[in-house]
Write a protein that binds this ligand. Structure first.
Ligand SMILES: [Zn+2]
Ligand SMILES: [Zn+2]
Ligand SMILES: [Zn+2]
Ligand SMILES: [Zn+2]
Ligand SMILES: [Zn+2]
Length: 271
């Protein structure tokens, strides 16, 4: 190798080193506010990352400077170094020691209330993974994230777990037997309109009482097939009445709009 070549190679090396040098990122104390994914994203373009405080190199799988971490004694600060803070409320709950094993995970929302209680029975406090607010023991979902959530299906899941059925408005076309069959595998059926629980007769009590149109009310109760019991039907005998209304899900008195019980075949109210 000639001297010229040697020098040229050195220059190349120096250039290379410069490039390499420029790909050092400095991890600031403030960066601990970010969670792991955000830290990874921020420092993706750097080959190596150094701690602002002590200039030690930081491992890229955790993005925590363990040199500083080990000197840190405050549990809140250690928590911030491990997990970052919530981006929506900028707070970190202070009412806990170490939260690692008490974090309520997103997947826990698949469980129903009882299962959640069993899972966390030994925890004094459970914190939401997303906002670090305490998840209350009676409801077992993060009320803060719940109210922020706009997707109604996600809300249902937070409240009731994954095993629920959403009772659609169109289900009111079905009779009771069909409704029952459709929702028998769901532990809860919830009203699509108002999110309330569907009652044992498979209609939403809340929406039912809110509804002022009596025909719609009947529809909710009996499905699309209900018969109107006419005053003239009182001329029929019981056999004839039974035959006439056999195929209806429900019967309603023409005069007072009240339900007629199938075994009666007359309006107990008008009678
Ligand atoms: Zn450090
Ligand atoms: Zn901790
Ligand atoms: Zn939350
Ligand atoms: Zn409803
Ligand atoms: Zn009547």
């Amino acid at each position: 190798m000639s001297l010229e070549e040697n020098i040229e190679e050195n220059i190349q090396l120096i250039n290379k080193y410069d490039i390499f040098e420029s790909r050092f990122g400095v991890f600031k104390i403030l960066d601990y506010d970010l969670n792991l994914d955000e830290r990874k994203l921020k420092f993706k373009k750097y080959d190596r990352v150094l701690c602002e405080d002590c200039s030690q190199e930081i491992e890229k799988f955790s993005f925590v400077c363990y040199n500083c971490y080990n000197k840190e004694t405050g549990c809140n600060e250690r928590n911030r170094m491990n997990h970052g803070i919530c981006k929506s409320c900028f707070t970190l709950s202070t009412s806990y020691g170490c939260s690692i094993c008490n974090i309520f995970k997103t997947s826990d929302y698949d469980l129903n209330l009882d299962e959640r209680k069993v899972k966390y029975r030994n925890s004094n406090y459970v914190l939401c993974k997303d906002c670090y607010k305490e998840v209350d023991y009676y409801r077992f979902y993060c009320t803060y994230c719940y109210f922020k959530e706009t997707d109604v299906n996600k809300k249902f899941r937070m409240k009731f777990g994954s095993n629920y059925g959403v009772f659609r408005t169109s289900d009111y076309n079905l009779g009771l037997t069909k409704r029952r069959a459709k929702y028998k595998y769901s532990k809860h059926s919830l009203c699509e309109e108002c999110n309330n629980k569907i009652n044992e007769y498979y209609y939403c009590t809340y929406c039912y009482y809110k509804e002022i149109d009596n025909n719609k009310k009947l529809h909710m109760k009996f499905g699309s097939i209900f018969g109107i019991f006419k005053t003239s039907d009182y001329n029929l005998n019981l056999e004839e009445r039974r035959a006439k209304y056999r195929n209806f899900y429900g019967i309603v008195c023409e005069k007072c709009n009240k339900e007629i019980k199938k075994h009666h075949y007359y309006c107990t109210y008008c009678y």
